[in-house]
Design a binder for this molecule. Structure first.
Ligand code: S3P
Length: 259
């Protein structure tokens, strides 16, 4: 008797799962349609406020349910999956952010990663963690070449990664083999800014040995000019970051990658 009851309950559960599955399939199609609708009508792709509204709606709807936490956690996964679907519709590759020190690579890569539920990492941070010392100490102890070889090794590793945003070191694209590695698995996005903006962003930091003893606009400007041909040759797209929010920069990246 008890078994019959259990079997019945399990059958009902299966029906329930079927409904959830149908709803998910329908939802995924809608997510794709929304992207296409935004593209067709030239509407901004990125609308983080919309996500906030969705979460508020679900939170209110479940506020008296004792399983609210569990339900919201399921929706958090659903929303993450939607972001992955959106990313796949728009670009399906790794994204490498390159550019001079202080152009916002780290901030933008974290922001972009969140928007599309992509993994993200900063090359300098991974290198410093693995070596157990800061970038400045690596330069001082082993020299710049040693550091540059670590950068190249890390980019070779990145070939095994998917859907990852990688914030490169400012000097990474100076080696053609590094650019070749990036090209194999992703798109290269160059962030840039005026020397004045860059000076303003880096002036209080001591983490950049290349400019540590020359933190001034003329030096920054000269080094940027020296590097510019290689940055521009490497870039699939170029984004000027002065006076723009991370959201505006990410929207521009998406629009340019699509184009
Ligand atoms: C460097 C930039 C730094 C870091 C190292 C060398 C460069 O990265 O990789 O200090 O040569 O421009 P950020 O651009 O992230 O500061």
């Amino acid at each position: 008797m008890a078994n019959t009851e259990l079997d019945l309950l399990r059958e009902q559960l299966e029906v329930c799962d079927g409904k959830i599955l149908s709803a998910l399939l329908e939802r995924n199609v809608l997510v794709e349609q929304i992207i296409r609708c935004k593209e067709k009508n030239n509407i901004n792709i990125l609308q983080p406020d919309q996500e906030k509204m969705q979460i508020d709606f679900l939170t209110t709807k479940t506020e008296n349910d004792r399983n609210q936490k569990e339900i919201l956690s399921v929706f958090s996964s659903i929303i993450k999956n939607s972001k992955r679907i959106e990313a796949r519709e728009l670009f399906d590759c790794n994204i490498f952010l390159i550019g001079f020190m202080g152009t916002g690579k780290t901030t933008v890569s974290n922001f972009f990663g969140d928007l599309f539920a992509m993994k993200s990492f900063e090359m300098d941070q991974v290198i410093a963690e693995r070596e157990g010392m800061s970038i400045s100490d690596i330069f001082a102890t082993h020299g710049e070449q040693y550091f540059r070889d670590l950068e190249t090794g890390l980019l070779v590793e990145a070939q095994g990664m998917k859907n990852t945003v990688i914030s490169c070191g400012g000097g990474t694209p100076m080696r053609q083999s590094n650019v070749d590695e990036m090209r194999k698995s992703g798109k290269i996005v160059l962030l840039t800014a005026t020397p004045e903006t860059i000076y303003d962003r880096v002036k209080d930091s001591h983490a950049r040995p290349v400019i540590e003893n020359n933190k001034n606009v003329p030096f920054i400007s000269e080094l940027m000019e020296k590097r510019r041909p290689k940055y521009e040759a490497a870039a699939d797209i170029i984004i000027y970051t002065d006076n723009k929010t991370p959201l505006e920069i990410c929207e521009e990246i998406v629009q340019k990658l699509k184009a």
